[in-house]
Design a protein around this ligand. Structure first.
Ligand SMILES: Nc1nc2[nH]cnc2c(=O)[nH]1
Ligand SMILES: [Zn+2]
Length: 484
């Protein structure tokens, strides 16, 4: 039995529009599960962290000195805070080497020119392992504790991604891209609808066997309607129904780009909408994650709501590929579950925080474009989407995304260093012979705290200019998986 105490400031979302900020808290984690939360700890000083663990615990009012082995204690320094791990509801690990490489292309050209060739090349197992390892490490370093991944069409390459996730300790869903349509290039497609379904089932089974803990799970992944035959989608719909008891999820893309929507209309004339194409194949369920959803009609939103699907909002990608601007407020007002996705490499950044700030910025464009002031997304809302919202979309509500007793310890330590008080210097701007110009911050990052900010202001500064350098530690299921 392992026990850990985290003593200091913690922050998480209470509701869509509010954060709870606890300055002097203590969270006790036992075997990876939050056992107790104390919100009014006695104040401590940083020097207390040098006290023997049992003495410190007693000083803070805990008499828990009997555990064997003794509990670990982590005192959170000034200007640092604990935050729930970020949740990426949509990312293509196989596209990671193409970050930033998209030119001026839009979706359909981008897929054929940059994306399919790279993904197809990952049948090379050595290359696949290198790409996936780098992607998952970067994702963890940026504070993502749970991610829903697309791998490639190859089952072998998909299983390598599962192995990488298991070995690096990130919680995640691993999807093999099912894509048997004649529209796919001959060198990158499933051989038949039957093999598309069988290979998907094999990948889901692989994860179940490789990771009994359920931290890494397979996910049914019809790439998008233009990539799939009707037979393949029906077969995947059957797999999804069979996996209901296991909580098996499904992910796909929908209504990302106007050309794509027109193509779907042409390919599936029997359906009245893009959403209906998935619905007739039983792919719209409460366990389905729909990425983008920019051009859904009122009727389609009704259907998505009725089926209780989640939406992955991917604003970084939507801007990079010129796909368009989602009217996020409408989905939130309708009560649709929404989380954030980086959509690497349509999106150019593996950091969910970039998607969160993009969600804020895009919402301002949407507001100015005619949808009104109320469409703007706040810092609190963006952080809710990055944590609790993502958890809802991935069926992990009540398990991750916040700090509550009984939830799993998926957390990050966020911090920035305070700008030092200016010291006297000579007329040439020299202090102790060292020019101010060459002085470097202690650890780095571009978030500067001056010491007068409120916690709300510190959080806003982190959201808008934080990056991986501000993520100083990452835990998944109570296990420390990244430390800087
Ligand atoms: N953004 C994005 N959209 C898609 N639609 C089908 N495949 C993809 C993909 O890989 N990325
Ligand atoms: Zn995508």
């Amino acid at each position: 039995m392992s026990k850990a105490y985290y003593i200091g400031t913690f922050i998480h979302s209470l509701t869509l529009t509010s954060l709870e900020i606890v300055e002097h808290g203590t969270i006790c984690v036992s075997n990876g599960i939050i056992q107790s939360i104390q919100r009014m700890g006695k104040e401590y000083s940083e020097s207390d962290s040098t006290l023997p663990p049992t003495t410190l615990l007693e000083k803070l009012g805990h008499d828990d000195t009997t555990t064997n082995p003794p509990p670990t204690i982590r005192v959170i320094p000034k200007n640092y805070f604990l935050f729930p791990g970020l949740i990426d509801t949509h990312i293509h690990a196989s596209q990671y080497p193409n970050l930033g490489i998209f030119g001026k292309t839009t979706l359909l050209e981008w897929l054929n020119k940059y994306t399919f060739p790279l993904e197809a090349s990952l049948t090379d197992a050595v290359k696949a392992k290198r790409v996936y390892t780098q992607c998952v490490q970067r994702s963890l370093q940026n504070g993502t504790t749970t991610a829903a991944y697309y791998a490639t069409q190859s089952a072998r390459s998909t299983n390598i991604l599962a192995d990488v996730l298991i070995s690096l300790g990130q919680r995640g869903f691993v999807g093999r891209c099912a894509m048997d349509s004649d529209l796919q290039p001959g060198w990158y497609r499933d051989g038949s609808p039957e093999s598309a379904v069988a290979d998907t089932a094999a990948c889901v089974a692989y994860c179940k066997e490789a990771d009994e803990s359920g931290r890494v799970r397979g996910i049914i992944t019809p790439r998008f309607a233009p990539s799939c035959s009707r037979e393949a989608m029906s077969g995947l719909g059957r797999l999804l129904a069979e996996g209901e008891e296991d909580g098996l999820l499904c992910q796909t893309h929908i209504s990302e780009n106007k050309g794509e929507v027109a193509l779907v209309r042409k390919l599936f004339p029997e359906c009245s909408s893009y959403a209906q194409v998935y619905d007739v194949h039983n792919l719209l369920t409460p366990r389905t994650v729909l990425a983008h959803a920019i051009y859904l009609t009122e009727k389609e939103i009704e259907l998505v709501k009725l089926r209780q699907c989640g939406v992955s909002h991917c604003p970084t990608s939507n801007m990079a590929l010129g796909s368009g601007s989602l009217w996020l407020r409408r989905l939130l007002d309708e009560g649709v579950k929404v989380g954030l996705g980086t959509d690497v490499s349509g999106g150019y950044d593996v950091n969910v925080l970039e998607a969160a700030r993009m969600a804020c910025l895009v919402s301002r464009g949407v507001a100015e474009g005619g949808k009104g002031e109320g469409s703007k997304i706040s810092v609190e809302e963006a952080l809710w989407l990055a944590t609790r919202g993502g958890a809802q979309v991935l069926g992990l509500e009540g398990k991750v995304g916040a700090f509550e007793v009984g939830m799993v310890w998926d957390a990050i330590l966020v911090g920035a260093d305070e700008v030092p008080v200016a010291l006297d210097c000579d007329a040439a701007g020299m202090f102790n012979g060292v020019s101010e110009k060459v002085k470097k911050p202690k650890i780095g990052g571009k978030v500067d705290f001056f010491g007068w900010e409120s916690w709300e202001e510190k959080v806003a500064k982190w959201l808008y200019s934080g990056d991986d350098r501000n993520v100083r530690a990452v835990w998944v299921g109570g296990e420390l998986v990244c430390q800087k």
